[in-house]
Design a protein around this ligand. Structure first.
Ligand code: SF4
Ligand code: SF4
Length: 67
């Protein structure tokens, strides 16, 4: 089983293009004109969003047991 992660954004790099939200298979990311949001309960830790970001603004933090 892949390690469970929390996806975090580097707001200094993110330019709110919406690319990560567009590739997420479970709609765990929402990008609006003013902010980037992540919904942990929907995330399946596939890391597709992290690979897709054109500026490397996303990273995954390991989640502890029970988180
Ligand atoms: S790791 Fe996968 S499921 Fe989680 S936010 Fe990224 S694309 Fe969506
Ligand atoms: S793909 Fe990268 S730059 Fe675009 S909204 Fe997502 S985190 Fe921000």
């Amino acid at each position: 089983m892949p390690e469970k992660i929390r996806v975090v954004v580097n707001e200094d790099r993110c330019y709110l293009c919406g690319g990560c939200a567009g590739v997420c298979p479970t709609l765990a990311i929402n990008v609006s004109a003013s902010r980037w949001e992540f919904f942990q309960e929907k995330c399946i830790s596939c890391r597709i969003c992290i690979s897709a970001c054109p500026v490397g603004a996303l990273s995954g933090e390991p989640l502890g047991v029970g988180e």
